[in-house]
Write a new protein. Structure first.
Length: 314
C-alpha cells in the first residue's frame, strides 16, 4: 500500500513539474509548434527575453510567420517547401527582427547562378550564356517568380487574347508592342502566335545550326527553296524586305513598293513601258508609265523565286 502511494505521489509531482516548465516556456517564448504571425509580433515586442527564447526564435521555419504563403493557391513548389533554398540569408533576417528592424532587405533573392545550379539539366537552358538576356545581365526573377506567376492577360482589350509569355515580353519590349498595333503585323495580340514562337528567351542565334530564314520558313513553308531561279535577297535574309513585328505597309514590308525594289534595282530602259509610243525613245526623253510605279509584283508575282521564269514573272 505504501509503495503504491509513493508511485502515485511521484507521478503527480512529475506532472506538476512538467506543467510548470511548459508554463514558464510559454511566458518566455511563443514556442515553435504553434507559432503565428501575431505571436511573432508579441514576442519581438518583449524586451526581457532569455537566450532559450531567442534560440527558439532563430530555429523557426519561415512558414510559421509567413503562414499566408503556406495557405494560398500559389504555394511555393521550389525547394520542396524549404524556403531558404531560394530565399537565402534567412538567419540574418531573423537577427534583424530581433534587433527591432523591419527585416526588409535582409532576405537575399536568388540570382541567375542560384537558379541555374538547380535547373542546370534542363535542355532549354543549355545555351543560356549565349542569349541576349544573359549578356544584358538579366536575372531570372525579372521574368519568373519563385511562387506562381503573377502575370495575367493584358488589360488592354486589343491584346486580350495574347498569351501570358508575350504579355511578359512586352513589359520590357514596349517598342515591339507598338509595332504589333500597326496595320500589318504578325497575329501575336490576336493569340495566333507568341513571342516564343520565333524567339528563344533562354538561347541565342550563335548556338543553333539554323539559317537566318529558317524561323520564318517554319511557318511560311510554301516559300521554302531551293528554286530554279532564286531571288538573291530572299535566299539571303527575309528581313531584307520585311520587318517581323509590324509595319504601316502591306505584307510587313519595311518599305512600300516600288521603293523597296528600287533600293537594289533600277528601272531598265525599254522594258517597263516608257511613254505611250510603240518604240522606246532615248533615255530621259519619255516618262515612265504609272503602272510601273504602282507595284513591281503586278508583273513580277514570283518575287520569292521561280521554277520557270528568270525575271520572276510567274
Amino acid at each position: 500500500m505504501n509503495s503504491l502511494l509513493k508511485v502515485v505521489t511521484l507521478l503527480l509531482l512529475t506532472l506538476v513539474l512538467q506543467t510548470s516548465v511548459h508554463a514558464q516556456a510559454d511566458t518566455k517564448s511563443p514556442g515553435t509548434k504553434n507559432w503565428t504571425a501575431e505571436k511573432a509580433k508579441e514576442f519581438l515586442a518583449k524586451k526581457d527575453v532569455d537566450k532559450e527564447a531567442v534560440a527558439a526564435f532563430l530555429e523557426l521555419k519561415c512558414v510559421q510567420c509567413h503562414a499566408p504563403v503556406e495557405e494560398r493557391d500559389d504555394k511555393p513548389h521550389h525547394g520542396r517547401g524549404k524556403c531558404e533554398t531560394c530565399h537565402t540569408n534567412g538567419m540574418d533576417h531573423r537577427q534583424a527582427l530581433l534587433k527591432g528592424e523591419s527585416g526588409k532587405g535582409s532576405i537575399v533573392f536568388p540570382k541567375t547562378a542560384e537558379c541555374t545550379s538547380c535547373h542546370k539539366l534542363e535542355k532549354k537552358l543549355m545555351n543560356w550564356h549565349f542569349s541576349v538576356h544573359s549578356k544584358a545581365g538579366t536575372e531570372c526573377r525579372e521574368c519568373h517568380t519563385i511562387h506562381r506567376s503573377t502575370v495575367t492577360r493584358s488589360p488592354n482589350p486589343a491584346f486580350a487574347r495574347m498569351d501570358r509569355d508575350s504579355t511578359m515580353c512586352l513589359k520590357c519590349h514596349q517598342d515591339v508592342g507598338a509595332s504589333l498595333s500597326m496595320r500589318s503585323h504578325h497575329p501575336v495580340k490576336e493569340g495566333g502566335l507568341s513571342c516564343v514562337s520565333c524567339h528563344d528567351p533562354h538561347g541565342g542565334k550563335q548556338a543553333v545550326l539554323r539559317g537566318k530564314n529558317d524561323t520564318c520558313l517554319s511557318c511560311h513553308q510554301s516559300l521554302r527553296g531551293p528554286m530554279v531561279f532564286e531571288h538573291a535577297p530572299v535566299a539571303d535574309d527575309c528581313l531584307s524586305c520585311h520587318t517581323p513585328h509590324g509595319s504601316p505597309n502591306r505584307r510587313l514590308m519595311a518599305v512600300s513598293q516600288p521603293a523597296v525594289c528600287l533600293q537594289c534595282h533600277s528601272i531598265a530602259q525599254g522594258k517597263h513601258g516608257y511613254g505611250t509610243g510603240p518604240e522606246p525613245g532615248p533615255v530621259g526623253s519619255k516618262t515612265i508609265s504609272g503602272a510601273v510605279l504602282r507595284g513591281c509584283t503586278n508583273c513580277h508575282s514570283a518575287i520569292h523565286g521561280s521554277h520557270q521564269d528568270p525575271v520572276l514573272r510567274r
